[in-house]
Design a protein around this ligand. Structure first.
Ligand code: ATP
Ligand code: MG
Length: 202
């Protein structure tokens, strides 16, 4: 065998082994259920990851509900795009960031109004996917009752998927979740003085 033939030969053996391992692991992962995903951490990409799953679900003809807590802006590209989709219900339920409202009672009242809409979705099996964008802050600031929120999520319809985004997800939420991604902040354009960019940040 030439060195090149030898290389190809061993590559083929390695790939055969790898394929057997992957096939076995796919065969083991044979159950289905509604998942709870938590996308947390300080890096950029939490909400946009959730919106990627919204696009996937809609592409399959599924029904999706999105609740955006905290934020009050309604001029985002994602809202303009997804609100125009017939199977997507989109709610902007925030009053702005806590450092903007500076009013805890107002934040709690806003959170409770928003939660009423979210919890209706979490009890309605017609929603295949429910996104609770920035929900983590409502729990870490204690604006909503943690047990009530976690119980409502646990008791949702069996095949309903839920995505929760936001920094500093509570341990109990991480434990309840099936998939948790912690997005790390390595660098962000904003710290070099670049303002939020249309299409990238909103
Ligand atoms: P995105 O909506 O872009 O996926 P995100 O959901 O991960 O971001 P949020 O905490 O919701 O992050 O913040 C939203 C806005 O803040 C976006 O404009 C985003 O680019 C910006 N942002 C996110 N992470 C950072 C960071 N580490 N430093 C500075 N700005 C950030
Ligand atoms: Mg976000």
């Amino acid at each position: 065998m030439t060195p090149e033939e030898k290389k190809n030969h061993y590559h083929k053996i390695r790939m055969e082994r790898k394929k057997a391992q992957i096939d076995a692991s796919i065969a083991r992962a044979d159950s289905e259920k509604g998942l709870l995903l938590v996308i947390t951490g300080n890096g950029k990409g939490k909400s946009t990851s959730a919106f990627g799953m919204v696009a996937r679900a809609l592409g399959h003809g599924q029904k999706v509900g999105v609740c955006q807590f905290i934020k009050s802006r309604t001029d985002t590209g994602e809202e303009a795009f997804f609100k125009a989709q017939p199977n997507c219900e989109w709610h902007v339920l925030g009053d702005g960031f806590t450092w903007e409202t500076q009013n805890r009672d107002q934040d709690i009242a806003t959170s409770e109004r928003g939660w009423a809409i979210a919890s209706n979705m979490l009890q309605d099996p017609s929603y295949d996917l429910v996104v609770l964008d920035e929900l983590t802050y409502l729990l870490s600031y204690d604006y909503l009752d943690k047990d009530l929120v976690l119980n409502t999520i646990s008791e949702r319809p069996g095949m309903q998927h839920v995505v929760v985004t936001g920094r500093s997800a509570l341990d109990e939420l991480r434990e309840l979740a099936d998939t948790v991604s912690e997005i790390k902040d390595e660098k962000h354009a904003y710290t070099s003085g670049i303002k939020a960019q249309k299409g990238i940040d909103f």
